[in-house]
Design a protein around this ligand. Structure first.
Ligand SMILES: [Zn+2]
Length: 216
């Protein structure tokens, strides 16, 4: 069941009886840099909406920014998303041939997600603008999921599946995929507990892939 987008709280210093609305959820700042990749405004806007919906259901509020992160701004609640026109060489091997984007969940730098424009744009082009935005939103949300879980793992169902099937793609452009319960739990542990553990440092990439069902 979806969490409500807003909750009513008492405004500090406000007269008794008056309430104001503030967005609910743990804030996570997403710095989005589309670089030289051309994305329509509608598609991008829908993608942000879709990714925000997915995390809102799990109690996380994504705050999107196209500014640059402030100097020294980092930590588990700051995620950088960078679009590149050409898939980097490291993802052009057989293993990553269907990768659309990659996340480095063990890095602490602000630009920890890379979206491969030369693979994502052709996929988006087969859809209507609205559906293309929804699919892009799921790609972004999958990688943001890796960053927020701070772990390179996949789930057998839902957004965090290792490989999306045709059926998953159809669901994305209909009611949309959600985070499985097993993906919500680590978010609760990490963000709703005051002692958020620091991410270990290692080199690893996890990617959103197209293809057959995940082999378990
Ligand atoms: Zn993945």
């Amino acid at each position: 069941m979806a969490m409500m987008a807003t909750m009513l709280v008492w405004g500090a210093g406000e007269a008794a009886g008056r309430m104001r609305e503030v967005p609910a959820g743990i804030p996570v700042r997403i710095y989005l840099d589309v670089g030289a990749v051309y994305l329509g405004g509608l598609e991008l806007s829908l993608a942000r909406q879709e990714a925000s919906r997915i995390f809102e259901e799990a109690g996380i509020r994504l705050e999107w920014s196209t500014d640059k992160p402030k100097d020294g701004e980092s930590g588990p609640q700051v995620v950088g998303v960078r679009f590149v026109s050409v898939t980097p060489a490291a993802y052009r091997d057989r293993q990553h041939a269907q990768a659309l984007a990659a996340a480095l969940p063990y890095s602490t730098g602000p630009a920890s997600i890379t979206v491969f424009g030369d693979r994502v744009l052709p996929l988006m082009s087969i859809y209507t603008r609205r559906a293309a935005g929804q699919v892009l939103g799921h790609i972004l949300a999958h990688e943001i999921g890796h960053m927020l879980e701070a772990e390179a793992r996949h789930s057998p169902t839902g957004l965090m599946k290792a490989r999306w099937s045709e059926e998953d793609l159809r669901a994305m452009t209909a009611s949309g995929l959600s985070l499985a319960e097993e993906d919500r739990e680590p978010l609760r542990m990490r963000f709703l507990s005051s002692a958020a553990p620091a991410a270990p440092v290692a080199a690893s990439a996890e990617v959103a892939r197209l293809g057959e069902e995940a082999v378990r």
